[in-house]
Write a protein that binds this ligand. Sequence first.
Ligand code: GLN
Length: 198
Amino acid sequence: MTDTAATDAGPLVGVLALQGDFGAHARMLTALGARVREVRTPADLDDLEGLVIPGGESTTMTLGVAREGLEQPLKDLAASGAPLLGTCAGLIMLDRAHLGILDVDARRNAFGRQIRSFEADLQLTGITAEAEPMRAVFIRAPWVAAHGAGVEVLAEVDGHAVAVRQGDVIAVSFHPEITGDDRLHAEFVRRVRARRAA
Ligand code: GLN
């Protein structure tokens, strides 16, 4: 395969597939023209140009990351500048207390047991701006309780940050992979392509 063919094949992005709803992310990314690899071991990270960390259960995912020796390789991928997208449990995985890739403190199950699940229409700065809001599905969702100066809040619910960006790392509290609205994934793929072009 020539370099041109490789470039034309679309960016190679990973979806962390230890646990959670990684399949829906993979389908959405494939539809956007990316080549998608499910990531379960450090070797699966080789040559990845970006990574999605899906929703699921952050304690289980943390155990899986430790078991597979993925913590340092994931940090290295982020340090290399590869764009990342974390959703729900994925946001928790990226925070200071977990992988330490995002300068945020996530609060798990922050919306409480009374409202384990709800939906909201959100405008996400730079992503939905001037267009239709995004229907956001929250399932036992975290929020961002605190963040550093380098973190931009893209959306809030009741005054709590539920979407943030730090450089090319975007994290949201909700599940963008289940509504058919692919604008957040498109933004992630756009960032991956932009980095390849640079
Ligand atoms: N409550 C879950 C956790 O703490 C996250 C929920 C989700 O990803 N839908 O890991």
